[in-house]
Ligand binder design. Structure first.
Ligand SMILES: [Fe+2]
Length: 152
């Protein structure tokens, strides 16, 4: 397989190593789910996919907790809107019906993966990169125009 479905490019960097490493891990898990889904040869792949999606959900929560602790330490001014966005997303994550995945529905798995990655990528680019801006680890010029307003 050439290339990855979800590529962790420089556009996602906050310049804060602990945060960037966790974001990269989220991408890695999402890629593992996608690769499994595409792999025709793996037996019991749906059991593994359910496990991986669970891992992605659990790791997202761990990451949010770490990121919020970091924002608190540096006195990040937008911590409250970040927290709120995190909470709303965790609520959405909890609504994912794992029973539907068990029924071997590829379309549903893709939909879940798509929802997770779309939110995470937009959030990292729009909201999380502001932490790097506040810390001076990245510069305004590296911010993409379409995410200056964040994504809530
Ligand atoms: Fe984050």
């Amino acid at each position: 397989m050439t290339g990855k479905k979800y590529e962790f490019t420089d556009a996602y960097l906050t310049g804060i190593p602990s945060i960037d490493e966790e974001h990269a891990r989220l991408f890695e898990i999402a890629n593992e789910v996608y690769d499994l889904l595409e792999d025709e040869l793996v037996t019991d792949k749906y059991d593994r996919i359910v496990e991986m999606i669970d891992e992605l959900r659990a790791y997202t929560k761990t990451h949010f907790a770490n990121e919020e602790a970091y924002m608190e330490r540096i006195g990040f001014p937008h911590i409250w809107s970040e927290r709120r966005a995190h909470r709303l997303f965790v609520k959405k994550l909890e609504e994912v019906d794992m029973g539907a995945i068990d029924n071997s529905q590829d379309a549903y798995i893709l939909e879940v993966l798509d929802f997770l990655t779309k939110w995470l990528t937009a959030h990292i680019k729009g909201a999380d990169r502001r932490i790097g801006l506040a810390e001076g680890t990245i510069r305004t010029e590296t911010m993409p125009h379409d995410s200056q307003h964040g994504n809530g």
